[in-house]
Design a binder for this molecule. Structure first.
Ligand SMILES: Cc1cc2nc3c(=O)[nH]c(=O)nc-3n(C[C@H](O)[C@H](O)[C@H](O)COP(=O)(O)O)c2cc1C
Length: 205
């Protein structure tokens, strides 16, 4: 395993394709991904992407969907109930974490430092260690408590990166929208990417 890894949490908000594209893009870069998925995150993966998109089958699913280049990276899958997993400790060399997509329930747990699950604990570790924590919330409309929880996370040092793909790239497919979000997440985690072209001053060019 490389010295540093990147943690990805998938929770039960709509937008599972953002998670699979992000994980695939990190693997394509040869990175080690530490994955943790909530129960509803598992459900949303299958509901939105089909029966092949199970956590147990994730690497074959990513290879079939995004190509063999995902084999450049490696992955550890953690149980969301295992609060003794590596990413639950600040001494573990994990350079950053994205929660993608992030449900309003998990957002609330992170905002209030509850650490009830591995997703929440690992996020808390990122905040206390002053490492990158990227939260990709998805809900609409949003209640005042939800908005306040985003502010709390931002004040604690997280980057709030809402699942809001742009259209000035003139996307032609859902994959283009997922590429845009995954590119934003990689950039927020500090990685270069070619998932969408930089803005050139004109839409679609
Ligand atoms: C089909 C489906 C779609 C959902 N979409 C969202 C959503 O977009 N945002 C959200 O905050 N919760 C959504 N939920 C509700 C969460 O899954 C639920 O609050 C769950 O308890 C979240 O738990 P977790 O954060 O541990 O994954 C959805 C649930 C289902 C079944």
């Amino acid at each position: 395993m490389p010295a540093d890894s990147v943690a990805i949490a998938i929770t039960g908000a709509s937008g599972a394709v953002y998670a699979t594209r992000t994980v695939a893009a990190l693997l394509e870069r040869g990175l080690h991904v530490e994955l943790v998925v909530s129960d509803y995150g598992r459900r949303l993966l299958r509901d939105e992407l089909g029966d092949e998109a199970t956590i147990e089958n994730l690497i074959p699913y990513l290879s079939a969907t995004y190509g063999e280049r995902v084999a450049a990276g490696s992955m550890t899958i953690h149980s969301n109930r295992d609060l003794g997993a590596t990413i639950a400790s600040g001494s573990h060399r994990c350079s950053g974490m994205a929660i993608v997509p992030c449900s309003m329930k998990t957002l609330a747990g992170v905002a209030h430092g509850l650490s009830r699950s591995l997703v929440e604990r690992a996020a808390d570790v990122m905040l206390k260690e002053r490492r990158r924590l990227v939260i990709v919330p998805r809900e609409t409309p949003m209640s005042l408590p939800q908005l306040r929880n985003m502010v709390l996370c931002a004040e604690a040092g997280a980057q709030i990166l809402p699942a809001m793909p742009a259209f000035y790239q003139l996307p032609k497919s859902l994959d283009d929208l997922a590429d845009f979000m995954a590119g934003k997440i990689l950039a927020a985690l500090g990685f270069d990417h070619e998932l969408y072209p930089p803005w050139s001053g004109r839409a679609g060019s």
